[in-house]
Design a protein around this ligand. Structure first.
Ligand SMILES: NC(=O)C1=CN([C@@H]2O[C@H](COP(=O)(O)OP(=O)(O)OC[C@H]3O[C@@H](n4cnc5c(N)ncnc54)[C@H](OP(=O)(O)O)[C@@H]3O)[C@@H](O)[C@H]2O)C=CC1
Ligand SMILES: Nc1nc(=O)c2c([nH]1)NC[C@@H]1CN(c3ccc(C(=O)N[C@@H](CCC(=O)O)C(=O)O)cc3)C=[N+]21
Length: 309
């Protein structure tokens, strides 16, 4: 290769790298801010914010989440209460635990990891969490508030995706946003947030017939299906912003495993204007937003206690 072409090569490489949205860095900045806010809250004489996480059985993506969440919770100086229940847990047993957590004054946030085993209805369980402790924002009160545009607790992953989008778009008004995946955890609340940003929103799901064609129309493409590599390079409109929520653990060459997203990253990078990587994109933002929501929940509880005493 001539010196000139290697220079061009380096330039092209730098240009491609600049398209990658640094979720890890943005999450670190938010986490540091939450850490300072926790310290100030405690300095004011308040209790340490506490977060309870409930994991039933073992789901690989949930295990990644639990591990990283425990590290970050500690970093911001919050208390973390972990409840690991066997795969065979009944719905009533889980509801009993939630009832205890709802009245425990040391706990300000409750998160039940999804997916749950088949014998447990996730809607019944998420609705059993007291709305002011529902830091995942999945119960009918917070989900309803989001759809009505009323302040409430916003689900962590879509909130994190929105922050990443705001890091590259000052204004999303009039943009066509396509969300692939329609779960209560990610796709639906994501669509609500994009609507609130004045986007024209299309939601594609398993029954959608022309998902690829819809994706190609997207200025903003958010993918949350759990199908690794679903979105190929030719699904992306040149210059689009791509947010990859999917987390799948796959075997790696060295006999270990690695995490991949729902987007074929190497194909998408040269076409997208901006794109989140996996790992280092949405995942760290989810955790930062969870800590943010837990602190907000602790502050709200304190305000209620303060007002009535
Ligand atoms: N990075 C992070 O912080 C987070 C990552 N995740 C990851 O994101 C992914 C999605 O999570 P979650 O929303 O909970 O998953 P769900 O399985 O609950 O939902 C997936 C959605 O995608 C739809 N879908 C599945 N396959 C296709 C397809 N081929 N084309 C179009 N739509 C499809 C499903 O439709 P239907 O239900 O009709 O089958 C469903 O609406 C997972 O990999 C999960 O691990 C989740 C939360 C946070
Ligand atoms: N009620 C509920 N709420 C959730 O938000 C929820 C859930 N259930 N169930 C499981 C999924 C998955 N999820 C992840 C969050 C962070 C990382 C994360 O930290 N990812 C790092 C991984 C780094 C690494 O360990 O290599 C990254 O992407 O960079 C992963 C996955 C939240 N989820």
């Amino acid at each position: 290769m001539s010196p000139l072409s290697s220079e061009k090569h380096a330039e092209k490489h730098a240009e491609l790298a600049s398209r990658i949205i640094d979720g890890k860095g943005i999450a670190r900045a938010l986490t540091d801010q939450v850490g300072r806010d926790v310290a100030a809250f405690v300095d004011d004489g308040n209790v340490l914010p506490g977060l309870a996480v409930v994991l039933v059985g073992n789901d690989p993506a949930s295990e990644v989440y639990v591990k990283n969440k425990a590290i970050q919770t500690h970093r911001v100086g919050m208390r973390s209460f972990m409840h690991m229940l066997p795969q065979s847990t009944s719905q009533d047993e889980l509801l009993d635990l939630i009832a205890q957590l709802n009245v425990n004054p040391k706990i300000h946030g409750i998160l039940v990891q999804l997916p749950l085993p088949a014998q447990i209805d996730p809607v019944v369980v998420t609705n059993a969490i007291a709305p002011h402790k529902d830091v995942d924002g999945l119960g009918e009160v917070n989900a309803g508030r989001l759809s009505l545009g009323i302040d409430g607790i916003v689900p962590c992953t879509p909130l994190g995706c929105l922050m990443l989008l705001k890091s590259v778009h000052e204004d999303m008004t009039g943009k066509h946003a396509v969300v692939i995946g329609a779960s209560n955890l990610v796709g639906k609340p994501m669509a609500q947030l994009l609507l609130k940003e004045n986007c024209t929103v299309t939601v594609a799901h398993i029954h959608t017939r022309n998902t690829k064609e819809l994706a190609r129309e997207a200025d903003i493409l958010v993918v949350a299906t759990g199908k690794s590599g679903l979105v190929r390079g030719d699904w992306i409109k040149p210059g689009a912003t791509v947010i990859d929520v999917g987390i799948t653990r796959v075997p790696a060459e060295n006999g270990k495993t690695r995490l991949v997203g729902d987007v074929a990253f190497d194909e998408a990078l040269p076409i997208a204007g901006h794109i989140t990587p996996v790992p280092g994109g949405v995942g760290p933002m989810t955790i930062a937003c969870l800590l943010h929501n837990t602190l907000q929940a602790a502050k709200a509880t304190h305000a209620i206690v303060g007002a009535s005493s």
